[in-house]
Design a protein around this ligand. Sequence first.
Ligand code: CMP
Length: 138
Amino acid sequence: MQKTLVLIKPDAFGQNHSGEILKIYEEAGFKIVAAKVMRMTEALAAKHYAEHIGRPFYPALVEFMTSAPLMALVLAGDDVIKKVREINGATNPAEAADGTIRKLFAEDKTHNAVHASDSEESSAREIPIFFSAAEIFD
Ligand code: CMP
C-alpha cells in the first residue's frame, strides 16, 4: 500500500482543525497508519525542507514550522500521494480549489495548513524523518 507523510501545520493544528482534516482524509478512504503531536526543531526543519534551504521563503518557513506544535501523520491507500496533494489544494491558498483543505483552512503560502509528500521519492525520504518503523502500523 502506498504511503505519504502529512503534516498538519502549526496554524491548522493550533486552531483545532486537526479533527476536521483527519475526517476529510478518512472519508477519502485513507488509513492513518502513524500519528504524533510534536514540535519541529530547526534541525528537523533543515532535514525535512533540505531542498528549500537558501530560497527566499526558507527563513519564514522555518520560523513558522518551529513556532508551535504540529501533527505528523502517515496515510496509506491507493494512489495516496497524488490524491492527498489534490485534497490539500494548491500551495498558495488563493489558488486552491473550492473544497480543498487549503481553501478551507490556509491563510497564505507560508501559513498553509498542511504538507504532503509530492512523490514516492519524497515520501520514502520524509517518512523516516518523523517516524521509526515501529511507529508505523501498515
Ligand atoms: P510545503 O508543502 O510544506 O512544502 C514547502 C513549503 O514552503 C510549502 O508548503 C510552503 O509553505 C512554503 N513555500 C513554498 N513556496 C513558497 C513561496 N513562494 N513563498 C512562501 N512559502 C513558500
